[in-house]
Design a protein around this ligand. Sequence first.
Ligand code: 5GP
Length: 198
Amino acid sequence: MSGPRPVVISGPSGAGKSTLLKKLLKDYKGVFGFSISHTTRDPRPGEVDGKDYHFTNREAMQEDIDKGEFIETDEFSGNLYGTSKSAVQDVRAKGLICILDVDIAGVRHIKETNLDPIYISIQPPSIEVLEERLRGRATETEEKIQSRLEEARTDMEECNEPGLFDIVIVNDDLDEAYEKLQSVLKEEITKVQEVIKS
Ligand code: 5GP
């Protein structure tokens, strides 16, 4: 499919990806579109079905996976997550830059497809800060927090693997991280804005 290159954003849960993405989608209306993933986890307070995720159950999701409807799927902290083909197509059909928020296993799966996105990793300044943020959310059980911290340690180690990401942004200061994110995406943003103007 032609059009602007998609963008894959990855990084530990709690690193601030969603905050940065929400800001990007709000500041660049008509430029970016979010690929709405499926998940079997329960919604957090404030999350909306069909906007933040397609919340589903394992049986239904597995059926769709078996039908070949997903680009990639992964098991994360006891739940299934996945990007459906239509989630990406819906965004790209509108000529928007498609943003995918996936874990590091998802990044590796996408590398095997012909999607050719820009790969960005958002990292916390330290595991301690991440733990504070995860606890601050107060939405997870202690067991879930520990499991997410375990996933985060792996992610923080693997993100610097040569060739895996185009850029790793450390989210120490939100404004600075957002500046960096915008500058990496500037070329694609300009392309879409030029199409809008013409
Ligand atoms: P959360 O439960 O915090 O929303 O997400 C947990 C992890 O799942 C995050 O690292 C997030 O990037 C990842 N994730 C969300 N959607 C997908 C998806 O469609 N595929 C994959 N592989 N990971 C996803």
